[in-house]
Design a binder for this molecule. Sequence first.
Ligand code: GLU
Length: 321
Amino acid sequence: MRKSLATGVMGAALLMGSTALAQETFMSIGTGGVTGVYYPAGGAICRLVNRDRAEHGIRCGVESTGGSIFNINAIRSGELEFGVAQSDWQYHAFNGTSRFEENGPFEGLRAVFSLHPEPFTVVARADAGITSFDDLAGKRVNIGNPGSGQRGTMDVVMNAMGWTMDTFAQATELPPAEQSLALCDNNVDAIVYTVGHPSGAIQEATTACDTVLVNVDNDAIRALVEERDYYRMATIPGGMYRGTDEDITTFGVGATFVSSDAVSEEMGYQVARAIFENLDQFRALHPALANLDPAEMVSDGLSAPLHPGAERFFREAGLID
Ligand code: GLU
């Protein structure tokens, strides 16, 4: 854990007779692209944690990153203390499966709580002739940047569909913050983003040019959801974005907040306390967080064990037995 070199300040404070100045401890949260939901959600977490800094001495900072898989790897290597990650990648990291098979199980991965639902979202140009997910074959599609959760999930979906990179006229790997512009500049026909709603990126893509959200519902998708606990069918409500008035059916995962057993019990406790004691404020900080339910947050989509500090807080708060 990084500590600040606050000795000079502390010395001065002691001279002034203050006894309350604790040594600062830093925590960094890995998020995603700035127009996604992870970044503002991480900002909301830090805002609530930092508010009580005088009490606990924790200074929370947010980093924009490549997304879920990057965040989990950075927590594993000790570069980050916390991160946001899709529930499917939390599962695979803890169990050492799929993308995490090569490095083996990350046994020290710890769940803190779960956040908002993340539907697998496909947005197409209105003029591209794409009315269902199957129509992506032969088109120019942004499949996402390596390291992001949505790219990992898209790889799984492509595999289930029997698709490869060659299925598309062109497969691009742009990060989420660049894909709306690419769509509206007509450099791609469709973009894929596993993200909470409403999100800045999808708002951008649906207001800057004429686009439609596409249903992702076929036998291959239904079979995936049937087989794997961490997937479920999901709906993106009609009317949320310009150009799409009907409900969209797709599948989805959940966003989760994760850490590791190398992060102190006290830090995990303070983070859980800051959020759960101020849940109304937390929900108000981003519309994708508005429906969070505490009973679901302590269990849904969490396949790694709870961080011991979060676990202690949830027990004290009567959220778990
Ligand atoms: N689900 C995406 C990922 O894991 C990030 C979405 C967001 O930034 O809100 O990479």
